[in-house]
Design a protein around this ligand. Structure first.
Ligand code: NCD
Ligand code: ZN
Length: 334
């Protein structure tokens, strides 16, 4: 079966020695990807982002020479309009809003919501997308995302021309909110939130490789996310939030949040959409609606995927991937 080559509208590639392997895993499945800025140090300047992009392109060269990283910056209240313009000139398409402390490498995130309005207004004017990690600091873990919805609504009202992506929606309430808001608000859906509930992390045994932010929630939340993904609504598209952490950072007393789905994303998506009887909805979800929302042209590239069982390795680049050790039905043909 041929599919359009997917775009990933939310991916983490880290930096340093581990980065090239993660880039190759991502570029093997995707033609373009939004690269998240929560590196250490964070992506906050045109110079750093240009350098990062160059490294990503160099690493992708052997796997997919035409791979396109779509760059992002980490939002803070201090940018000038010129800073934003300089970042756009090196390939930045979006800024990412991390509330302080809610996820991996977000200690330097936002605690003064209104303090970011001036920069957000500049982003609206320049046509930069605002990607939001929608979790309210300090709330009970399962309530953090629902508690953040009011902030997304405020942003959407105050900045009607700003494109806002409610990243990795994990609750029925946020799915509802995104549906109700105008066409300037969309949401990404991950592979793991389509598949998992909290039971898959702590229901029978502790499964640290499934631990991620926002937490997968109740069965009815997963049902709402699946319904949105299969609905054919242009407001919902793929962003894997593939977030590699080395095995030792997950299997330890204070484990890091993040699921590594890049090595298995497309086979799992085909499997889930097929099982649900909605394969016809997959092309727009993986390679249509996201591009439309970001205002970039839809891909003309294709990928072939064949029904051929294969077993997901126990580790990939030192990381335990999603579905490690499981046999999947669909395989990408190279
Ligand atoms: C992500 C990471 O590891 O960078 N972790 C996660 O659990 N999703 C950060 C994020 O997107 O929240
Ligand atoms: Zn993420």
């Amino acid at each position: 079966m041929h599919l359009p080559l997917p775009d990933d509208f939310h991916a983490h590639l880290r930096q340093g020695d581990l980065m090239p392997g993660y880039v190759r895993d991502l570029a093997a499945q995707f033609g373009r990807a939004i690269i998240m800025p929560n590196t250490v140090p964070a992506m906050t300047s045109a110079k750093a982002i240009a350098e990062y992009k160059k490294e990503i392109l160099a690493a992708a060269k052997d796997v997919r020479p035409d791979f396109e990283p779509l760059m992002t910056f980490k939002l803070n209240p201090n940018y000038t309009e010129q800073d934003l313009k300089d970042m756009m000139a090196v390939g930045v398409v979006a800024g990412k809003y991390y509330p302080a402390g809610v996820t991996t490498n977000s200690a330097d995130g936002i605690s003064d919501f209104e303090g970011i309005f001036p920069v957000v207004a500049m982003m609206e004017k320049l046509g930069l997308v605002l990607c939001v990690h929608g979790e309210e600091p300090g709330e009970f873990c399962l309530d953090r995302e629902p508690a953040f919805i009011k902030r997304v609504e405020t942003l959407a009202e105050k900045f009607p021309k700003l494109k806002i992506v409610f990243e990795h929606v994990s609750s029925a309430k946020s799915v509802e909110a995104v549906k109700k808001l105008g066409p300037n608000v969309a949401a990404t859906i991950t592979v793991h939130h389509l598949m998992m509930t909290l039971d898959d992390i702590v229901g029978d045994a502790l499964r640290p490789h499934h631990f991620c932010k926002p937490l997968p929630k109740r069965p009815e939340d997963r049902a709402a996310i699946r319904k949105a993904a299969f609905s054919g609504s242009p407001k919902f598209f793929l962003g894997t939030d593939s977030a590699p952490h080395q095995l030792g950072k997950k299997e330890c007393p204070c484990g890091a949040a993040g699921v590594y789905s890049a090595p298995v994303a497309l086979p799992l998506l085909v499997q889930e959409f097929e099982k649900a009887g909605h394969l016809d909805k997959l092309p727009d979800f993986i390679a249509g609606f996201g591009a439309d929302f970001y205002g970039i042209s839809r891909t003309t590239k294709q990928v072939e995927i064949v029904k051929e069982p294969w077993t997901v390795p126990a580790t990939v680049n030192g990381v335990v991937p999603l579905a490690a050790g499981e046999t999947l039905e669909w395989k990408i043909k190279r």
